[in-house]
Design a protein around this ligand. Structure first.
Ligand code: KG4
Ligand code: ZN
Length: 354
């Protein structure tokens, strides 16, 4: 039998297998990661090699540099993951990989590694969307969590509100019409002279500041579940540049605090409004910006007032990692979707719903 027809058979059998062990690969941006996840919820290994230090001196991710570093790191990370899980390659039931969204050259490293591995081990290859992986990060942190829920997706590349009816059934209720929220955080941090990645730096600095500036977000989108962050980003950039030109001092902590207060109000208010509108009492936060302390506090507080239970992943599963890809792959296997052929390629963009 050929590799693929063999895998179709194996893939089908995994649906009913009691314990399913997935080895997952993630390389969509500046983290090379391989994880081993049992039954979508139990992380046996999650090795993450971050390139943050390498890209910091450029003030952001340099795609070509990211690809090269993924190539250097990936084989060792594979060996480390097996060692950490205390398993051998014979214990693996399927190989999963992020095929998009992300930097195409970076994605290609993970996709090709996963294809080679799946072929050599004669195992099914599962193509996972990075964005869906971010949602699944919550299944690892919260064993009791299952759909339906509303998801607030806040990452460096995406900002959206999704209605998740089942593990593989979701529709988009709103999205950003311009910048992703992570981009806005990183840009504001940059103009304030903070290092890359800016989100965590703004989070830290905002704790020392006060809400002295009344930065505004997307008045025209007020009645919708859509977002716009390019206006507020420009407002902050103009304020800082004007102050520099006039040689006036500004308090960076106050700017960070004011920006963060405005954007987190907007995100949390719309996410809770979506729960009310859809009559769903569970909100799940997903993506790197989900690590933001103020976002989590506000969501929990408003959720409590409005009778909405709020979940977010533990910090290490908020930002990019491969355990979340292995978690998502398990639910794809159980629903019989996502089996890829060896012509699988990287995609810079993927649709959010499914
Ligand atoms: O989900 P992620 O790791 O990568 C993408 O899929 O895009 O998100 C990265 C983004 C970056 O913009 C980073 O600055 C932001 O998440 N981020 C934060 C925090 N930690 C990471 N933003 C605000 N507060 C944080 N604590
Ligand atoms: Zn991500």
């Amino acid at each position: 039998m050929s590799y693929y027809s063999d895998c179709v058979d194996k893939f089908r059998k995994l649906k009913d297998k009691k314990d399913v062990i997935v080895l997952s690969v993630e390389s969509s941006c500046d983290e090379t990661s391989i994880a081993i996840v049992k039954n979508g919820r139990e992380v046996l290994a999650n090795i993450v090699s971050s390139q943050i230090e390498i890209h910091r001196r450029f003030g952001g991710v340099v795609p070509e540099v990211a690809s090269r570093n993924h190539i250097t790191a990936i084989s060792n990370i594979y060996s480390e993951a097996l060692a950490e899980a205390g398993l051998t390659k014979e214990d693996i039931d399927a190989v999963a990989v992020t095929y998009g969204a992300g930097l195409v050259g970076a994605l290609l490293v993970g996709v090709n590694f996963a294809k080679g591995l799946a072929y050599s081990l004669n195992l099914p290859l599962i193509a996972v969307s990075h964005v869906h992986g971010h949602i699944a990060a919550n299944y690892i942190s919260h064993p009791e969590l299952k759909p339906p829920f509303i998801c607030l997706m806040v990452s460096g590349g995406h900002t959206a509100i999704l209605r998740v009816d089942d593990y593989n059934k979701m529709t988009m209720l709103g999205t950003t019409v311009d910048d992703a929220i992570g981009e806005a955080f990183d840009k504001v941090a940059r103009v304030l002279g903070l290092p890359y990645p800016g989100g965590p730096e703004i989070d830290k600095l905002a704790k020392e500041g006060e809400r002295k500036y009344n930065f505004t977000v997307s008045k025209s989108l007020k009645g919708t579940l859509d977002f716009s962050f390019s206006g507020i980003k420009t407002e902050v950039v103009n304020l800082v540049h004007n102050a520099e030109q006039k040689k006036q001092e500004i308090n960076a902590a106050d700017v960070a605090r004011s920006f963060q207060e405005s954007v987190t109000d907007e995100l949390v208010n719309k996410a809770i409004r979506a729960c009310k509108k859809e009559d769903i009492d569970t909100l799940v936060i997903a993506g790197g910006v989900g690590a933001n302390s103020m976002l989590k506090e506000k969501a929990l507080a408003l959720g409590e007032n409005e009778g909405v239970k709020v979940y977010s992943p533990v910090l290490k599963y908020c930002t990019d990692n491969s355990a979340m890809i292995g978690a998502m792959a398990y639910y794809m296997i159980k629903d019989g979707i996502g089996l890829a052929k060896l012509d699988l390629t990287a995609k810079p963009n993927v649709t959010l719903g499914c």
